[in-house]
Design a protein around this ligand. Structure first.
Ligand SMILES: [Zn+2]
Length: 366
């Protein structure tokens, strides 16, 4: 028996974000706060979106960090309260959309960001419109937000059906001007989410279908997208939705569990940190779940070994660092890294049971 539920309305297509004004009018949204990334402020996209809203966007906040913090959430929440908004719109990458999700909960519940970090229940949230400008995190179609509490060296993922965006405007045109290195590093996250989802104890035939299609599209199009091929960028935007359909249900697994400490302690970008161990975990999981051999074939490879080889080749081509030495991580830190990886909640989601020895071996193989 399995169950699948996904509440987000998706509007997909080149130029679809042009319809935002009509959407706000149709839904009778009177006061929305726009949370947008800084680079978009510079290139005028934010101003364009505000113009289209015909006065319905009453405030704009930016300055969200790559790993959004409780301070970022507080800053946006205080704006939202002051302006008494009834909707939040997020325009940007996964960090901005994640921050906006936390704001939706904090404002509706009248919480502080710390209340949320300390585990207060989410029973209500303001509605959110997500407009991604880079393909990869899939936050536009998931009910999860990851927020950092720097002072405590803490990163927490919140998941709630109430955190799914009400509507996602997925306009591939918005990704065309994304810098190439960002396209590369975000795109590899699509593969990490798909393979992690296939190795989850919660996967089911429907999530597996989505994950296989997402991985296939990402493998086929990532390099071309990084080289500015427009059709490939369109395919990546679609692949990100498919990956989100998979891991929004299954959660992520070992590669993500091993990534958090790499990001928190060594500032390694999220997807690069996930990709670092992804190949090893997919192999380990395939030994435990032979069905992954079939999935590897459906993704477009002869077997798991060939998929892993291609993945490692792709990592190198995209300029991702693939050894501890290149990441400048001293071998003496391994104990802490192994401990943190094991303690991450999503490690329990991994289909192959994981122990200390196994994590150590994976890192030592790098
Ligand atoms: Zn990820």
């Amino acid at each position: 028996m399995w169950r699948y539920e996904h509440p987000t309305e998706i509007l997909f297509g080149q130029g679809v974000s042009q319809n935002l004004g009509d959407y706000l009018e149709r839904k009778n949204i009177k006061k929305a706060l726009l949370i947008a990334t800084n680079s978009l402020v510079k290139n005028g996209l934010t101003a364009d979106i505000v113009d289209k809203s015909a006065g319905r966007i009453v405030g704009v906040v930016n300055g969200i960090e790559p790993n959004p913090t409780i301070e970022n959430v507080e800053m946006c929440a205080s704006q939202a309260r002051e302006l008494e908004v009834d909707y939040i719109i997020a325009l940007g990458g996964g960090s901005v959309i994640d921050c906006a999700k936390a704001v939706c909960a904090v404002v509706a519940e009248n919480y502080t960001a710390i209340d949320l970090m300390e585990g207060q229940d989410i029973t209500k949230a303001l509605p959110l419109i997500a407009i991604p400008t880079v393909s990869g995190a899939s936050s536009e179609v998931t009910g999860t937000a990851v927020i950092s509490w720097k002072e405590k060296n803490l990163k927490r993922a919140f998941t709630s059906p109430l955190l799914y965006p009400k509507t996602a405007f997925v306009d591939p045109e918005l990704t065309y001007s994304c810098p190439n290195h960002l396209t590369a590093i975000s795109g590899i996250d699509i593969i990490a989410h798909s393979l992690d989802s296939l190795g989850s104890v919660k996967s089911n035939p429907l999530t597996e279908h989505f994950a296989v299609q997402a991985a296939k599209l990402a493998f086929e199009n990532l390099e071309a997208a990084v080289n500015d091929n427009i059709e490939a960028k369109d395919q990546l935007a679609f692949a990100a939705i498919l990956a989100g359909f998979a891991f929004s249900q299954t959660g992520t697994t070992a590669s993500h569990a091993c990534s958090y400490i790499l990001t928190a302690k060594y500032d390694i970008p999220h997807a690069e940190a996930c990709a670092f161990t992804l190949d090893s975990w997919f192999k380990i999981n395939a030994e435990y779940k032979p069905l992954l051999e079939t999935h590897a074939k459906n993704i477009g490879y002869k077997n798991v070994d060939e998929l892993v080889k291609e993945l490692n080749g792709l990592k190198t081509k995209l300029g991702l660092r693939t050894t501890l030495e290149k990441l400048e991580i001293p071998i003496e830190d391994l104990d802490i890294i192994v401990q943190h990886s094991l303690e991450a909640a999503n490690m329990k989601n991994n289909i192959a049971p994981v122990d200390e020895e196994m994590v150590r071996k994976v890192f030592l193989s790098k």
